[in-house]
Structures are given as C-alpha cells and as structure tokens.
Design a protein around this ligand. Sequence first.
Ligand SMILES: *[C@@H]1O[C@H](CO)[C@@H](O)[C@H](O)[C@H]1NC(C)=O
Length: 418
Amino acid sequence: MPKTTLTAIIVFLLLRNSQSLCSRYPSNYLRRPFTTSLQSQQPPIDLRVTMADMKKDDKVWATAEDDLAKGSDQDKYKNEDKVKGAVVRPSVKFLDKVGTSRFPVEAGRYRLYVAEACPWSHRTYMMWKLKGLDKGIVGLTLTGWKLENISFTPPYDDYHGWDFDESEGSESSPNYYKEPNGFSYIEQLYELAHPGFREVYESKGQRPYYSAPVLFDEKEKKIVSTESADIIKMFNSVFDSVGATPIDLAPADLEAEMEAVNSIVYPKINDGVYRCGFSTTQEAYELAYHSHWSGMDAIEERLGNQRFLCGDTFTLSDIRLWVTLARYDSVYFSHFKTNRNRLREMPNLYRYLRDVYRIPGIAETLNLPHIVKHYYFSQRMVNPTAIWPLGGPTTDFFTKDTGDLGYEPYQFPELRDV
Ligand SMILES: *[C@@H]1O[C@H](CO)[C@@H](O)[C@H](O)[C@H]1NC(C)=O
C-alpha cells in the first residue's frame, strides 16, 4: 500500500475518533478514554430472564409470559428506554399469597428472610415491625451484608446469594441473624423449596436469581413470595386475625391515589436509582438520570403541600418511597451517580425522611453500615475496587432538628387515644 494512502487512512481514523469523543467529553478527557478491563469484558447488563420453556413444576413460578407476572411491579412499570445498556429487571417471581388454601393464615408458620442492605427487603421489614409481627406471628431472619461473587458471565459456581452470619447478632436481644433452618446461604433455601432452581438458570447460561426478601413457609418448606410489593400488602391485613397490630396502611379510599403515586415512585425512584447506577452506556444513564430527577422533583413538590404521599395518612406508598430516600445520600448519590442534588438539599424530601424515621419501630429497621458496605463491596461492576467510603450520613442525619419538622410525631389513626 502506498505510504500516502496509509497516512491518509490513519489521519482519517484519528480525526473520526477524536470527533466522536469531542462531542461528548471536554478535551482534557480525550487523552485517556476511560474503560477498565472489567468494563470492556462485560456485555451490557440485561437482567431480563425469559423462561417460556422453563420447567414449570410449580404454579408459584411466574414468568414474563404468565398472567400472574403481569401484576408484579417489574412488569407493570417496565423500563421502556429502548437503548443499549439500559437496565431491565427480571420478572420471574414467586407470587403466591398467605390466606389461600395452599398457604393458610397461621401464627408461627411463616418466616421472612430480609437482607437489611436491600431496599426491597427493607419494605417488608418495616411492615413486619409496624404490624407487630415480631410477636411470634411471623419469624424473621436477617442476612449478612455481603453478596459475593456476582458475575455476569458463566460459570456461576461461586455465587450463592446472601449469606447468614449469626455473629452479627447481640446476646441481649433476639438474634435475628441466627438462621434456624441450617442454611449458610440463601441458595440453600431456594434449592430446598424448589430442587433444581440453580439448574434451570444455568442451563440457559444465566446466573441463578436468589432475590431477597423471601416469605418462606416453614411447615411445607415452600417459598410463598419473593415480591416485596405483595408481601407488604399481605402483612397489612392478612395476620390481623391472629394478633397483628390493627393499623391499615392501605385504606380503600386511598387505593387509586396510592397507585398513581407508585406509578411515579417505582420506575423513577425505587428502580430509577438502579436504572442510573447499572446503566452500561452513557446514553442509557442519561435517560435514566433525567427520568429519575423528574420523579424526584414531582415528589418534592407534592410533599410541599402535604405531610405524606397520599395526604395526612401514612400508607404503603410511603413505605415504598422511604427505603430509597433512606439510602440516598449514603449510596445512590455517589455510587449510582444520581448526583444532581443530595437529599438534604431537597427541603420537603429531607423533612419527610426525618418525619418518617421517628415513627416508632422504623429506626430499628435501618442498618446504615450494612447498606453502605453492601453496595460498594458487592457491586463490583459499579465499584471494582470494592472499597466502601467512610464519610456520609450517620443516624444524626435522620434525627437532626426533629423538633422543627412542622408536625407532631405521627400516630396511626387506629392507635390514637380517643
Ligand atoms: C467467592 O469465590 C471464591 C473463589 O473465587 C471462593 O473462594 C469464595 O468462597 C466465594 N464466596 C462465596 C461467598 O461463595
């Protein structure tokens, strides 16, 4: 090839590359485009699982193709950003209910497995506490904070899901970190309840989906549900006949409003922060970021006119929002790059965060050290060094200035003195 042609090709390639980079980055970025070896190896994260031909030996398995799954949040509020690198959640879920012939209402029969770091788990833990299910009605086991060896390419032999570590517990209070069924990892629960669970995924080249929370039937050794939105609804009323605290966080007259709020909060905020943090392209991240902040601004405005999401009454919609806000300044702002504003710069959201924190029972469900360590340590695709940061909010953040929140501490209507 003549030298001039070669030079022309090289010059052309250099120009083309620098132009495409210029359009997105300031010039001092150009010298070393940032890709770690980890990023370049990874395919875009598509969390979707399609299991149309999956062996369905059990009705509680729901796939995206099932009517059963249509009611789940992941299906109702699916990420519609059709760009490379966008985050889509799997829709396989255990979606059965307590209060059916298969899973009758009984005190002491069921156990809730909660990963305190995980916001979806946290919702169910808050409801467990508020409804007084700790009084021998539903058992509780807390996992450790580590979720090790999350991998995006086979083999998945070293991935076992959340671990149990009873040394976390203290002797002075019930040790909820003690696992009574003899499991060391949540994988064992899934395999006991549904033998072959791992194999179903691995035969498709997928990582087994050991999600938390899990509502487990200890009598039949079956999983009732892994859908937190359903579990909090169940907890709201299903155990009232066997001694749960009779407060109602889903009053019938607020149903439509709760649904309207959830349709913003789930896709733009709860899952919205994950859509920012797990995006694997700049384009997908930017779409997710703008969607997230449009949701945050809408809720900030709403809370300027009223105490809670649906007015004066604290509802399940508040539980759903609060778990994300509680992690905001510690994790999502930096780790998930949602960093337009810190929560403490959003006056109404910040007031709301602290107002909810002082409802009796809530503070005990928030384990900030677990939360921070979990996200930064476990999500190596976001933070390959696994180092967790030392700064950030402590409990002061939630209790500061609580005298001046504009409201008396909240009392559930059913528990008010008359
Ligand atoms: C993670 O993988 C390593 C091997 O790569 C293994 O030694 C370790 O036990 C695994 N951790 C868990 C929690 O399974």
